[in-house]
Design a protein around this ligand. Sequence first.
Ligand code: AMP
Ligand code: MG
Length: 325
Amino acid sequence: MTATAEDIERAVAVLRAGGLVGLPTETVYGLGANAEDTAAVMRIFEMKGRPPSHPLIVHIAASDELDDWVEEVPRAARVLADRFWPGPLTLVLRRGRRVPLAATGGLETVAVRVPDHPVALALLSAFGGGITAPSANRFGSVSPTTANDVRVELGDGVGLVLDGGPCEVGVESTIVDVTGEVPAILRPGGVTREDLEAVLGYSVAVPSTSDVRVPGQHPSHYAPRARVVLVEPEKVVAEAEIARKEGYQVGVLLPPPLAGATVEAHAVVTLPDSPAAYAQGLYGFLRELDQQGCDLIVASLPAEEGLGLAIANRLLRAAGPRPPA
Ligand code: AMP
Ligand code: MG
């Protein structure tokens, strides 16, 4: 059930008292704290099991509050904020004094965004300050896209989870560093590279997926319990069959062109045709395959254009090497 006005009031009280609140955004659910309360911010790292050197995103109610949180707002940042906020775009800027170092992982830059979700926006305006929030999952695992996912991930640790229904975008925000000469995408997400470039009128740097592909360089993140194996789309069915014969409980993310193909596997999700629907469903599909008891998931990368870039980035990270158990 969607959060009521009373739920929002309770959440404001929790934030003011230094507690943590699970909150919906259009990208994924966040685990929020008063951005200016160092002790509360440190509780986020504890609850997620996240290393304190990984910076968080500060969520604000409107773009006209941006100046309160950062040292300066370069022109490109203003242009992007005007066009994409509220929305799935995070801007990295020079840290304003109001932001504690705990929220930035010790960096002199801070990541800020205005989320596009009525519950998040209602909470931000009622609270009247910034809410720093990473995704509301255990560090490294699949991000939550429903209120129930948050409860499954964090258990009773988080006293209050505001329900805002399933997230519409389904993957995290695009993070753009605007502190340099030219804006650079640090993480692809809900706003596409093409949309950013259309507004800016020039190209932006993107982390090459080949960086992500280097084995050992990027430990797994956004990862289900099951191991994720990526193959060319036309090899998905054959790979699933091989893994099944090796004794795995195989889950398959079946590319749309293969819809209807016979697949010998424990569980099969036929992916939606539209990239927006794929992004929206991605984390739910991975959770579902985990829940069905799969221990290996066979998938392939979508074309790295539009939202496909963010989806490919998450799948590559999900398939990254696991820390020793
Ligand atoms: P999460 O909300 O869990 O996706 O985590 C926040 C993301 O924002 C992480 O990927 C961080 O590395 C990134 N981030 C936050 N602040 C900064 C910053 N100052 N510079 C670069 N990346 C940042
Ligand atoms: Mg996260």
